[in-house]
Design a protein around this ligand. Structure first.
Ligand code: PLP
Length: 377
């Protein structure tokens, strides 16, 4: 599926580092998601890659959008997305931004605390709100286990409070953790959602929506289950915990739509040995690092597949580092990366499946380096 990107790189030889995204693959990934979860409304978590080309394409295909800030909301509007197709999914929002979103016409908001319910009641009276509860993040390479969400047992209290304030508490949301590789986590989240539905019903509040969040993986170094398997696991869990009383289902895929559709090409700037010991690991410095867009290598959490012009020839262990004058700008030290012994300064290497959580993370000018160049083809 990367043919088109490699042809582009060969013909145009763009300056590196650069991200090239094949929009046909984004479209394919959207259709796969649609087929895997035919009942679900799909809200693209646009923070994964907010390029206008991707937003416009997904809008044309019928996607809606989960936004993290008033700025993403305003960007969607400027691209012709109606406010009805947007949710404000961040549980941490300034009241002035809630008011601006509500004024524009956004009617769906996430919350996970009393104070946020109060802000929503004041600035978005009568809006649909869903309560996000905590998941452990087990099984995920990029867990989201502490900052967002409340104890599931606290959710009914928060939803009742929202109702009392005149909001329309419509359901719950959770996130199994990004780059989730354990299919059983869907059962944990959906089971917890069902118990919240029961507890709310016992207090006279009928809920209708379960927002399953994101978590669908991209193809990095470790093997993953295909989206179809995630769909089947979700289907089974819904059957087990809700039976005939099916809630409305919403998903917010971020990573899985643009992730495998993009490749970053970088250049080898320096290969060095730090001692006279012939067995010393080589340090390979690239023209991209943590500040150039590869922020998800933090803690070596996301491990990209690499491609070099010498693949198939003998390799040895390396430390991979970025180009900035910052000690933390090291990509991989402990993850066991090896690169060909034939690798030379000036060679171009590719980070595969780098279409998500890269371009938007690249700094505006740390050390003077410009943001990551982007091409959508
Ligand atoms: C980031 C985020 C997502 C997307 O998660 P992925 O793991 O990239 O699919 C979905 N929903 C919310 C609320 C998020 O914050």
């Amino acid at each position: 599926m990367s043919e088109k990107i490699f042809r582009f790189l060969k013909e145009h030889r763009p300056e590196t580092p650069c991200l090239v995204v094949d929009l046909d693959v984004v479209e394919h990934n959207f259709h796969v998601m649609r087929r895997a979860l035919p009942e679900a409304r799909i809200y693209y978590a646009m923070k994964a890659n907010p390029a206008p080309e991707i937003i416009r394409l997904l809008h044309r295909l019928g996607a809606r959008f989960d936004t993290a800030s008033i700025y993403e909301i305003e960007k969607c509007l400027s691209l012709g997305i109606p406010p009805d197709d947007l949710s404000f999914g961040n549980t941490v929002k300034k009241q002035s931004h809630i008011a601006r979103a509500f004024g524009i016409g956004v009617r769906m908001f996430a919350f996970d605390s009393e104070a946020e319910a109060d802000k929503l009641a004041a600035a978005a009276p009568g809006a649909d709100v869903y309560c996000r509860f905590l998941m452990s993040g087990a099984g995920a390479d990029w867990p989201l286990s502490q900052k967002f969400g409340c104890d599931p047992a606290f959710s009914p209290d928060l939803l009742m409070r929202a109702a009392g304030l005149g909001l329309n508490p419509c359901g719950v949301s959770f996130h199994v953790g990004s780059q989730q590789r354990d299919l059983r986590q869907w059962d944990v989240g959906i089971g917890a959602a069902a118990r919240i539905f029961e507890a709310a019903a016992a207090r006279g509040l009928t809920l209708r929506l379960v927002n399953l969040g994101g978590g669908f993986p991209a193809q990095y170094r470790s093997s993953i289950a295909p989206v179809e398997a995630h769909g089947a696991a979700i289907e089974e869990a819904l059957e087990r915990h809700f039976g005939k009383d099916r809630p409305e289902i919403l998903v917010e895929p971020g990573r899985s739509l643009p992730g495998d559709a993009g490749i970053i090409q970088a250049e080898v700037v320096l290969i060095s040995r730090k001692s006279a010991d012939p067995d010393a690991r080589r340090w390979v410095y690239l023209d991209i690092g943590k500040f150039g867009g590869l922020a998800e290598v933090m803690g070596e959490a996301i491990q990209y597949r690499l491609r070099t012009p010498h693949d198939g020839t003998p390799t040895a262990a390396v430390v991979l580092a970025g180009p900035t004058c910052d000690e933390v700008d090291v990509l991989y030290d402990k993850a066991g990366y090896e690169l060909p012994l034939a690798l030379a300064v000036g060679d171009r290497i590719e980070f595969m499946s780098a279409g998500a959580y890269t371009s938007a993370y690249s700094s505006v000018g740390f050390n003077g380096f410009p943001p990551l160049r982007e091409y959508y083809i």
